[in-house]
Design a protein around this ligand. Sequence first.
Ligand code: IVH
Length: 681
Amino acid sequence: MIARTRKSGPADDAEAARGQIAELREMIRHHDHLYYVLDQPEISDAEYDRLLHELTALEEHFPNLVTPDSPTQRVAGEPRPGFSEIEHTAPMLSLDSGAAEEAVRRFDARLRSALGEDAVAYVVEPKLDGLSVELVYEDGSLAWAATRGDSRVGEDVTANIRTIGSVPLKLRAGARPVPRRLSLRGEAIMLIAEFERLNARLTQEDKPVFANPRNAAAGSLRQLDPSITAARPLTFYAYELMTIEGPEPARQWEVLDALRDWGFKVTRHTTRARSIAEAIEIHHELERQRDDLEYEVDGVVIKLDDLSARETLGETAHHPRWAFAYKFEPRREVSEILDIVVQVGRTGKLTPVAMLRPVDVGGVTVSRASLHNREEVERKDVRVGDKVRIQRAGDVIPQVLERVGEPGKKRRPVFKMPTHCPSCGAPVVSHGPLDFCTNGLACPAQLKARVQHFASRDALDISGLGERTVEQLLATGLVGSVADLLSLTETDLLKLEGFAEVSAKNLVDAIQSAKEITLDRFLFALGIPEVGTQTARDLGQHFGTLDAFLAATHDELEAVPGIGPKVAEAVSDFLRSTATRKTIASLRKQGLKLIEAEAAGDGQFAGLTFVFTGALESITRGRAEELVRSLGGRTSSSISAKTDYVVVGSDPGSKYERARELGIKILSEKEFLRLLPKNAL
Ligand code: IVH
């Protein structure tokens, strides 16, 4: 049933069209609000589509009447090369948080002592687990939207946010006046039901699934191609006012009402609490309901209701003093160890893995968990057949927390690390708590892990080379070393199950284009023990060419900024091995081409390490770091005795203190900018 009636008839002149367009927009907005915000649609999809088509047709006929806040303008635009940056109207702070009741009571005591006993009343909101976004409305229309970013500057996601149905493109005018300018904060999330539908669809399309709704929301919103965002079911909940030009609400409770009036979705789980005891009770109640909620919630946010008192309290560099995120306990469940299998990694390290009776831990099925190493298994004293408590902290990686005692039960024998590699049968040697297969790349498990690493995203980035293909390549003998990958032909691939002309050609093309690679990626790809992406970058930057790197002595390695004695040792062992030399020689023979840079020796910042802390004013931190690197310097996120300069922006964190303690040279943003060559910016 259509809720409102409407004049009809052809729009033969622009004036009549203008009236019809306005009316259609109003109706569509009304039905959007009923559908996306209130979850109470009043018309069928077909009727809704008819309205939208009618409006689209009119707008096509009178293109000069199209406005950005028209319901037709949610459609996704063209993909962009990158996100541009937007400065927030006010810093998007994070929240002070904790899972202990004690911490919540201390928070309350501070508020009462600063404001007086009677001034303190709270609003308790669910802490939604998604992506925090700022939305800005000018004269009632959505002007822009940005992710949190570094809290001062975020990514411009306006085009993506516009595709979310529960975000009004135009504020609803009603009982409450629409402010001239309004900026607010809320969370872009994926409802659990939508998340499950999306993953089911991805599985069907043979695409990787998301680990949890938060990752799905982030992956969907931070898309350069807004049509992908549009195809993903995101929901936006508003919860905080940032700036307003217009009548100012006095309390958070009123803010939430105003947000609802303006057309936003506000969660139905917000409650007022007169005391902290009530707030704590609400936390417990919501935690009990946690598994039945339509969205992922990881705690409650307890906020001071009185907005002028908030101003009295102010904020620290990181978080407001008037709010506290009271987290839920990490999810835990009990399961049983069905088996302990031992996996062999690319360095030959043996890892015991508990195979569990599958158990749902907060919406994710857990059927295995790493037990890390021999000592860890001993410490936890877990054996096959034991009941264990599983925890999934925040998201992804599940852990075996502890054994659940079962008095009187006869237990199975203690787990023993095998003396021979489960993959190739070669003897195993122990280094401290760790155990290694001694067979190097002659061990199929090591070779498989090595090949997978070599092709992985931060290495050669060969897309289309999945685990199953690698297994087939090794099993058929087509690949016996990482270098063999580079010489694969379409004819080779067609011998494998699951390959057809097109997929074979695509993979060969991907391999061919991966042959040209920067030095730092290549060093990472080699899988040198102890060398992750950052260390690979440090080494690449320092040595500039592969030959310079291959010629490095232990002392030279240790002198590289960012490299400690342990890493230097591992790298020089790796360099001395004949297997390494052989691998590199055959990779070169197969046409590997390195994109090499000038060694760091040349730039103005050669040999210097910079750390940035706090928000910069005239340049983003990412850009500043890039400049340092382009001038031959090195950037790091942590301060050590090897740091030469700390550049301090506004609201610096503890790094500033640490730099002062260590007597490291501190630069203001201005001083840093003065060091740069004139044309650098
Ligand atoms: S208020 C200045 N309210 O939690 C305080 N935040 O670590 C602004 N969050 O980044 C935040 N639900 O993404 C607020 N009801 C809620 C929230 C909420 C989720 C997120 C937000 C923030 C993080 C804090």
